[in-house]
Design a protein around this ligand. Sequence first.
Ligand SMILES: CC(C)(COP(=O)(O)OP(=O)(O)OC[C@H]1O[C@@H](n2cnc3c(N)ncnc32)[C@H](O)[C@@H]1OP(=O)(O)O)[C@@H](O)C(=O)NCCC(=O)NCCS
Length: 217
Amino acid sequence: MQIRDVPKVFDTTKRANIDDPLNRYIKDTPDGGKPSGARTAAGRAVMYLSYSNEAHEKISWTINHGESYLRLGDPLHKKSRLARVVERVVGVLLVGLLTAEQKKRHGEFLRKLRAALEELFGDELERMVELTSIATAPERQGRGYASALVHIVTDLADARGVDSWVVSSNTANRGFYGSFGYKLARTIYLGGDDPTWEKPPVAVDIMVRKPKSMREK
Ligand SMILES: CC(C)(COP(=O)(O)OP(=O)(O)OC[C@H]1O[C@@H](n2cnc3c(N)ncnc32)[C@H](O)[C@@H]1OP(=O)(O)O)[C@@H](O)C(=O)NCCC(=O)NCCS
């Protein structure tokens, strides 16, 4: 991914995730409503900063300069000090742009995710490769773009002989991840105890893939 890909990556991920169940759960709060122009512009600026940081750190890949995008979580990647600072600032700003109810839901997601990861993997998580984020622009889906990008993660995990994992915010993607050998490890449910969420609890999957040896490939 190059710095010049950033606007297209922003556009791709935004449009691909518009109906994402986790995204909807966090954003569709009674105090949410339509964000103001200033809030939208601020959100875009923060995400541009975040994607630029990824491009600089070389931890993300694109196809056709952003029609498809993948971010890798590599525990062996040593981030520069500047990148760590930018990441922290981005995290604080993104949460700062959320309303009170959105912050509560985001906090619920992180709390449940951390507890599940700890229980499932413990210290092993520090060695596992993560497929952190993936999206293809809606009008470019079904052309094999995301599959080509997923192999960056699975090839690295296979070369190291470690498991890889993904948090799938959409259970509709089980088949997609399953085709690369990811298996469902745990589903966490959000919103069950939230009186402001009137729909059924939102399911978020944690999927894990065992490494393949060269002989199996
Ligand atoms: C999931 C996503 C990244 C796949 O991108 P893509 O570029 O269309 O994927 P590919 O073209 O490589 O698809 C590869 C195969 O998976 C299938 N596939 C794609 N999405 C699928 C899904 N949700 N469920 C089952 N199969 C799926 C394709 O039909 C294709 O099958 P084929 O090889 O038999 O034709 C894309 O649908 C997307 O951006 N979705 C919205 C964002 C999202 O859900 N991101 C992941 C959050 S966890």
